[in-house]
Design a protein around this ligand. Structure first.
Ligand SMILES: C[S@@+](CC[C@H](N)C(=O)[O-])C[C@H]1O[C@@H](n2cnc3c(N)ncnc32)[C@H](O)[C@@H]1O
Length: 249
């Protein structure tokens, strides 16, 4: 029986490990969200977009733990699968198929947007923050958890071999927390609240890969990379910000 209970993640520890692993599309989404939410101010009744929500585990968590109204938008997962997951969990949330650059929402609709382990697929585009923040109310919150490097690949001069072997060129979208801080702060579109590299990032990621391997009876795809890394380069960045009220110049 896989154990995903962690004293540092008391809210996530309430969830059934088998259910969580059945929603697996990437490492420890609830641990990431619970940690990220420490930098956010989520209040009951808020309208929250879970962007790149996968099979919906984080949406269930948002609705249950914070009492927010959730719109779960994802590209790869059929929304009927996600909606069935919500029904089974007794959660009232909306599942939508949507591409991150063509979101079907009104401007200034959301109080908050969270994105767990998905922003790396589209969010490094210099134009993206301006687009995404149009869907936030002034003062609305944006929080992301995204795979991160302890040092910029540009500074290293190469993608470390064990990362390149699994992730290939896509690792160029894995940045340091400081990279994200500057990338957002310099736009004046948002005020960065926090941009931090998760201290437990590599350890948590490995623990999830080991749990997933045990659950599925086959080694998780990232296990070899994480064991080779030993926390030298890999972690997660947790970045949160508020949309500014002023018009950027
Ligand atoms: C690694 S999975 C993580 C899913 C979920 N957030 C979790 O942590 O379990 C990445 C998710 O990003 C979504 N995604 C990738 N590119 C996207 C895009 N252009 N627009 C919307 N969603 C996208 C995929 O559909 C996928 O579900």
């Amino acid at each position: 029986m896989v154990d995903l209970k962690r004293t540092e993640y008391p809210l996530s520890s309430k969830y059934d490990a088998a259910w969580l692993l059945s929603c697996d599309m990437g490492p420890n989404p609830l641990w990431l969200l619970e940690d990220l939410a420490r930098d956010l101010d989520l209040k009951s009744g808020m309208k929250v977009l879970d962007l790149g929500s996968g099979k919906g585990a984080t949406s269930v968590f948002l609705a249950r733990e914070y009492g927010v109204q959730v719109w779960a938008a994802d590209l790869w997962v059929d929304p009927s699968t996600v909606a069935a997951n919500f029904d089974a969990q007794g959660v009232d949330a909306v599942a939508i198929k949507a591409e991150a650059h063509a979101l079907p929402f009104a401007h200034e609709f959301f109080d908050a947007i969270v994105c767990i382990d998905a922003f790396e697929y589209f969010g490094t585009d210099d134009h993206y923050l301006a687009y995404l923040t149009t869907f936030l109310k002034p003062g609305g919150q944006l929080g992301i958890a995204t795979p991160a490097m302890v040092r910029e690949i540009r500074d290293l001069g190469h993608i470390p071999k064990h990362i390149k072997e699994l992730v290939g060129w896509e690792a160029t979208a894995w940045h340091t927390a400081d990279w994200w801080r500057f990338h957002w702060a310099t736009t004046d579109l948002v005020e960065v609240v926090s941009a931090r590299l998760q201290e437990s990032g590599w350890r948590d990621w490995l623990a999830w890969a080991e749990a997933s391997s045990e659950h599925n009876g086959i080694p998780d795809g990232s296990l070899e990379m994480l064991r080779a890394d030993q926390g030298e380069y890999l972690s997660f960045a947790l970045v949160s910000a508020r949309k500014t009220s002023k018009t950027p110049t």
